[in-house]
Structure formats: C-alpha cells, structure tokens
Design a protein around this ligand. Structure first.
Ligand SMILES: O=C(O)CCC(=O)C(=O)O
Length: 262
C-alpha cells in the first residue's frame, strides 16, 4: 500500500477557503496512492479557538464537498483530517473518511478533547464512538491528536480489528518528543502501523511541530517529515501486522480484569 500524509501549513494569513482549495489540489496530486491523510482541523487551525464558532460547518458542509470531490478525482481513500462540525447547538472535532468514489465511509468525533479547562475541552462535545474502517488491504482505526495519549483507545481499536492506526493532529512543537514517542509506543504495543499526520506552521501563537510520522508494527520509523509543509509518501506492507503478531504473540498474553489489592 502507498500512503501520502499531507502535512499542510496552517497559516492564519491564508483564508480557510484558499487552504481548502489548496488541500484539494494537494490530494489530487496524490493520485496513485491508496490512502491520503490530512491533519486535524487544518481548515481553521487546531488552536484557533476564537474562530471555531465562525468556521464551524455542518458535516456535509464546504470541507466535506471539497474533500469528497478531491477523493473521487484522485481515486484514493481520503482521511480528510478533521473539521469543526456543528450539529444543532454543539460543536465537535470530526474526522471525515472518504472512499475512492467520494462517498463518506466513516466520520469520527474526537473522544478526548484537549485544553483541560479551556479551548476545545469546553467548546466542543465529546465523541462517544470508536471508528474503524475496512479498506481492501487493511482495517483502519481512527484517532485524533490528544487521543494519542490514551492507550486504551488504541487497544480498543486493535480489539475491533484495526491494523493501521491513523492519527490526525495539530501537535505543538513544545511537546514534539511526546508525539514521536507516543506514535512509536502505540505501534509497538498494538503491533500495528501508525500513520500520524500533523500540521506545520504557527497559528493562534502556537508553533506546530510537523514531524508527521509512519511507524511499522515493530516500532521502526519508516518515514518522518520535517517541520514545514511537506508530503510524506510511504509504501508499507499491511501483511506485516499479521506476521508480527504471529511471530511475537504478546497480545495473546494480556491479563484482563486484574483484581485490586485486598
Ligand atoms: O497532547 C498534546 O500534547 C497535544 C494535544 C493537542 O494539541 C490537541 O489534541 O489538539
């Protein structure tokens, strides 16, 4: 399989509409890949909280339309990153996954909202449903940014059959070491591929780390981007997940339901 991770620059001086068009063109340029991935909240910026209300869209809004068309023009599975979704009176951080004919295969509302007592954590509703998507050669498990810190979410995705864990993010440069470490940890502990796509640039005063990364089920880094806008193109063998799990069957040694101390 070939995957293209589009580490787009979120520049506050570029309009959302212009970035949407540019993202569509970048996706089209990846025709020939099997799977194209965009990062978290790239239309507005993951930390541009003050713009969330104004830029919120219905699920099937302008980003949905642009990305559905880009997926079908390129003939690729497209993980279109996430949008600020408005559903009734509630905002969600929602990922869109399109099939190569431009149909929505899955959406995923971010479960772990970031910000503690501000930003997304207080402005957005929490997703409640895990998301997996069966592609012809692998099953994807979807996660968004801060979710990466919660291993139980990834283990639940693996239990549901996920073999390729796709993380879209807008991760701050200040915690870049956590980003690469956690991406490798989620790959090793679940014996799965991790495709983690982040944003470049600085918005709302928060420098983004970039460094999108692809890790194999053994924890080896297959490719890693730099800090700026970049497209990471990686070939990987989905069969390696089954081989790794068979040759080093640690997942079979799990002990569930541990008793608390008496
Ligand atoms: O966990 C982190 O350090 C970053 C999380 C984040 O920026 C987000 O979820 O938007």
């Amino acid at each position: 399989m070939r995957a293209s991770l589009i580490q787009i620059d979120v520049d506050p001086d570029e309009s959302v509409n212009s970035r949407r068009q540019r993202a569509g063109s970048l996706v089209r340029e990846q025709a020939g890949s099997d799977l194209v991935v965009l990062p978290e909240l790239w239309p507005v910026g993951a930390f541009a909280y003050q713009s969330f209300e104004a830029e919120a869209e219905p699920l099937r809004g302008p980003t949905f339309e642009a990305m559905a068309k880009a997926a079908s023009d390129a003939g690729v599975w497209l993980h279109a990153g996430s949008i600020v979704e408005r559903d009734g009176g509630t905002l969600y951080n929602t990922t869109l996954l399109f099939s190569p004919d431009g149909e929505l295969a899955r959406s995923y509302r971010k479960i772990h909202r970031f910000g503690f007592d501000k930003g997304e954590a207080v402005m957005m509703g929490a997703g409640e449903e895990l998301a997996t998507v069966a592609l012809p050669d692998t099953t994807l498990g979807l996660a968004t940014c801060y979710d990466l810190r919660f291993p139980e979410l990834f283990r639940s995705l693996a239990d549901l059959g996920a073999e390729t864990l796709v993380v879209s993010a807008g991760w701050p440069e200040r915690r870049r070491s956590h980003w690469t470490l956690l991406a490798q940890a989620r790959a090793v502990e679940n014996q799965a591929y991790v495709l983690a796509c982040a944003t470049a640039g600085t918005h709302a005063g928060v420098e983004q780390c970039g460094h999108s990364i692809v890790v194999d089920p053994w924890g080896e880094v297959l490719a890693e981007a730099g800090a700026g806008e970049e497209i990471l193109v990686v070939d990987f063998d989905p069969a390696k997940v089954g081989v790794t799990r068979e040759q080093f069957p640690a997942l079979k040694d799990r002990v569930l339901g541990l008793a608390p101390p008496r």
